[in-house]
Design a binder for this molecule. Sequence first.
Ligand SMILES: Nc1nc2c(ncn2[C@@H]2O[C@H](COP(=O)(O)OP(=O)(O)OP(=O)(O)O)[C@@H](O)[C@H]2O)c(=O)[nH]1
Ligand SMILES: [Mg+2]
Length: 462
Amino acid sequence: MPNINLDDTIAAISTPIGEGGIGIVRMSGPQAIEVSDVLFKAKSGKALAKVKPFTVHFGFVMDDERVVDEVLVTVFKSPKSYTSQDMVEISSHGGIVVTRKILDLIFKQGIRAAEPGEFTKRAFLSGRLDLTQAEAVLDVIQAKTDASLSVAQEQLKGSLSKKVKSIKDKLMHVYAHVEAFVDFPQEDLEVYSQKEVIEKIKEVESEINELLLSYQKGEIVREGILSVIVGRPNVGKSSLLNALLDRDRALVSDVPGTTRDALEEMIELEGILFRLCDTAGLGVFADKIDTLSMERTKKYLDQGNVFLWVLDSSEEFKEEDKNIVAMVKNKKVIPVLNKSDLPAQWKWEEVQKQFQMDVEPVLISAKNREGLSELEKRMKELVWEGKVTTEGIAVTRVRHKAALEQALIDLAQAGVVFQNKDSLEFLTFNIKAALDSLSELIGEVYSEDLLDVIFGEFCIGK
Ligand SMILES: Nc1nc2c(ncn2[C@@H]2O[C@H](COP(=O)(O)OP(=O)(O)OP(=O)(O)O)[C@@H](O)[C@H]2O)c(=O)[nH]1
Ligand SMILES: [Mg+2]
């Protein structure tokens, strides 16, 4: 395990850079209070080193004799703070220069600039939060719907770690029994029978599977539903994106091939987050950029959760449309018959029959903003029958999913080893590997690289 130094003191501006009501400069570490005393003159004249923890003090940040700003300073004493260390938060007026100036004065005292997420990393390293809780802090900050906020809050409370720990405890029990048997085979120990070991492993497997089942929903709640708008050029894909967003986000023109690069925007429909992606029209490509756009569209075809397949009903059903059928046929797709303000040249029933597609279309006019509420209704129905529920969602990140899947692989291997009556030492090896994966999930073991990835996503000052 890496040895990470917590003895230095770090500082950062914790509020967004810009103008606001207040700005907060935060410090954490053993020198936080003594350094604050160099810059801060309390109106009461009292030094911060002498004040009670969890108190707020009015006064001035001074640059020698010059007042930098009138501030409130909050003092936290270890271990009862966000990072579990001594902390000071200076609330000043929310200006870019004033907060920067206070931070610079702190740096002059030899304090180091905090890295992104370093305050939360300290909370993790000091044991106040486990890794899934630290990840939840970021999810709370980035939550874009009520549902994602409530899942993040559950995780922050430790619900996922609690479940993983309980699974780990059960497995640890099995491990201890098997190991006792390996170490002292001669002795008359009260250990699980072979049948019992297999049963216990099966129990653990089913609990892990239950957690994994919640991932599909969890991912959608956290990240939104990737809804890819596809279709041949000029059918009105970008017009549809603009209509759903209710603003002119994408460029629209009557020249086929207007959209080159895929474009992503979010909308929320009754608590469900949709990541709408407008793509370049799928068709005959002429130049290198077109080829690149096509590749990008195809990547989205692989990744999308749902597809809005836009067709132009005012023009014939073209060869290019036919080619798209195969790409979307077996996916969650809504055929969107656009330009319904113009006379239709073909009927969906014919296409449906020819390609045996068991799905109803939605008729819209993106230009006149018609048929959109029906389309939105269909989009919601495609996901959880239109009802958002966060109940039972525990696993929200690929990292969690990968760790649980690895634990299952190790346990399956343990089962094979046991059934073949191979050496019991192998069995302990496999159970230990599964235990390690679960420990990694909650951060009982970690590498510095993993922490860099997780906390690197945070903003500076959190
Ligand atoms: N009459 C009518 N015209 C529309 C409608 N929707 C889009 N158009 C027109 O169709 C043309 C193409 O629209 P876009 O939204 O740029 O089409 P696109 O599918 O994004 O095209 P590419 O980016 O080139 O693939 C434009 O001239 C739009 O004004 C509609 O509902 N009715
Ligand atoms: Mg377009």
